[in-house]
Design a protein around this ligand. Structure first.
Ligand SMILES: NC(=O)c1ccc[n+]([C@@H]2O[C@H](COP(=O)([O-])OP(=O)(O)OC[C@H]3O[C@@H](n4cnc5c(N)ncnc54)[C@H](OP(=O)(O)O)[C@@H]3O)[C@@H](O)[C@H]2O)c1
Length: 315
């Protein structure tokens, strides 16, 4: 468990020797391109040193523009920022991996990424359509490629030196074990939805035992219902320690040993989210033990189709 007054600067070592990953990360899943660019800039200016992108977010170009602006301003250098992006489901065939990766690099205006993730373990029909559907609207999957085939293509990218580390996203324990056991290069990061309503203790335990960093997305509950930021355990602790509910959730995530991703288009919230400091040990324990509700906000792990689950009032 991490305890530090300097919590916001916590890093976790990567198991492949390629350095360390900042615990506190900024996600770029922002639908509006202008907002992507301004929020990415604001995040870097606020102090975030990890950006999470994806070809599926269709905004790597705007993330790249924000990075270029910040690098050209001279205060932050490329090597100061840990940049991750992800391979989408239509590019799982090994021969599609390198072109997809290189297209991401071009859009991001980078020579290398620090981390490349397989966005989901679901392979879709190979081709340029990110969301291939049949005449009935059903997703067209690709059973001609396995997750290990795709993983081996990612290992090739590491060998070529354009990608420092590789990992998995939207997987459970089964896929994590499969790739860890069979991979020549072990997954350095497993990126999954996680927060007090979905703590994923078993997966975290496996990751810790095997030197894998678990990176939690939707760390604040993605503005979804039930509202994690209004959970009585969280708001009571926030009142007690004089922090906001968001800061309590982010501190908990780091102190229990995960890296995390949070996102905001709002400059004041971006600053708030970087201003985290350690919670007292009993508050960390209270969140871990005292919150019993279990909710998965994003169903991507079931089908590979991205999207948060709309929940009406009372559901
Ligand atoms: N692999 C995957 O399948 C997957 C899926 C989902 C997400 N991700 C990654 O994880 C990142 C984070 O996920 P997420 O967007 O669900 O994160 P999140 O931080 O849990 O939720 C973001 C939402 O919370 C609001 N918010 C942010 N800070 C706040 C604060 N201090 N107080 C109140 N509300 C606040 C934001 O509103 P405003 O923007 O209006 O301020 C936004 O609506 C994504 O950007 C993406 O990089 C990956």
């Amino acid at each position: 468990m991490v305890e530090s007054d300097n919590l916001r600067h916590t890093t976790f070592p990567l198991n492949n020797g390629s350095g360390a990953i900042p615990a506190l990360g900024f996600g770029t899943l922002i639908p509006d391109p202008v907002a992507t660019r301004t929020a990415t800039r604001a995040a870097l200016e606020a102090g975030f040193r990890l950006l999470d992108a994806s070809e599926r977010y269709r905004n790597e170009q705007e993330v790249g523009e924000a990075l270029r602006e910040v690098f050209e301003a001279g205060e932050i250098k490329r090597e100061d920022v840990f940049i991750a992006t992800k391979l989408w489901n239509n590019n799982h065939r090994p021969e599609r991996v390198k072109p997809a990766f290189e297209a991401s690099l071009r859009r991001l205006r980078l020579d290398y990424v620090d981390l490349y993730l397989i966005h989901t373990p679901f392979a879709f029909q190979p081709g340029d359509e990110q969301d291939p559907r049949d005449a009935n609207g059903n997703v067209i999957y690709d059973d001609g490629v396995t997750l290990l085939d795709t993983w081996r293509a990612l290992e090739g990218l590491v060998d070529e030196g354009k990608c420092r580390a590789i990992g998995l996203s939207d997987v459970g324990l089964g896929h994590t074990q499969e790739v860890f056991e069979a991979g020549r290069i072990k997954p350095a990061v497993v990126h999954v939805e996680s927060h007090p309503y979905l703590p994923q203790w078993e997966l975290l335990d496996y990751c810790r035992t095997n030197g894998i960093v678990m990176q939690a997305f939707a760390a604040l509950g993605h503005s979804s219902e039930p509202n994690l930021l209004a959970d009585p355990v969280i708001t009571a602790i926030a009142g007690r320690v004089n922090k906001t509910p968001a800061q309590v959730l982010l501190a908990w995530a780091i102190q229990r040993g995960t890296a995390l991703l949070t996102t905001s288009k709002t400059p004041a919230r971006i600053k708030e989210n970087f201003d985290v400091s350690a919670l007292p040990h009993d508050a960390v324990q209270e969140i871990s033990d005292g919150i019993k509700l279990r909710v998965r906000f994003n169903a991507v792990v079931e089908t590979g189709v991205p999207g948060f689950i709309p929940r009406g009032k009372g559901s």
